[in-house]
Design a protein around this ligand. Sequence first.
Ligand code: ATP
Length: 227
Amino acid sequence: MLELRDVSLNFRTSKGTFDHGVHHVLRSVSFQLFENETLGIIGRNGVGKTTMLRIMAGILAPTSGEVLTHPGKTASLLTIGLGHKPDLSGRDNALLSAMLQGASKQQALTYLEEIKAFSELGDSFEEPVKTYSSGMKSRLGFTTALLTHVDILLVDEILSVGDAEFRKKAEKAMKDRICGDQTVVFVSHSEGQITDLCDRVLWIDQGRVCAAGEPGEVLDLYRASMR
Ligand SMILES: Nc1ncnc2c1ncn2[C@@H]1O[C@H](COP(=O)(O)OP(=O)(O)OP(=O)(O)O)[C@@H](O)[C@H]1O
């Protein structure tokens, strides 16, 4: 469904600690994402997990290597507050996001009432997003991406935000999608969520894939590396 082949990504940096002003974030990463699977990505802070999702979403281009996708397949990155326009209402932001994720305007309009209901934003749905708390923004972002139908859902740590009640509801909705035919890539620091939701896990360290396979086995290796 999607394949990264020998993908490397460098950022230019002014920090002297990196190699001649170049920070090698991903180094020759290769893997395939199969249809209908939920692939977890684990690793310490700053090892390149979000960068990998952004490459898979087409937001960042790799410095070298290839990202191969099936023609016509859509991928959407689900992350907090990405791309919200602060002066537009929740409704208009949801419409815009749904269209950016590949829906036609007509299709996107049909999602709006469901997004309003699931996000429980009530009358605030009509207010500018700049008046929202961060929890309200995350409800809007999560719900819009969840209810807009994309082929590959790229989920960045999103289930760890919001209040406990909404988190529970979001987790259940995500599980329902995963149990259906949704293909998901899921970055999380929660071992519980990874074990619960994923079919397969990649462990990333220093920009490389250290292990890939069954969640229990990869989590054991990851934990052992930290001892
Ligand atoms: N636009 C950028 N310019 C320069 N460096 C960047 C940029 N974006 C990310 N980085 C660096 O790339 C590295 C990987 O960042 P990334 O966000 O992918 O890590 P992560 O594994 O998702 O971390 P976390 O678990 O903390 O969310 C970090 O060292 C970060 O500082």
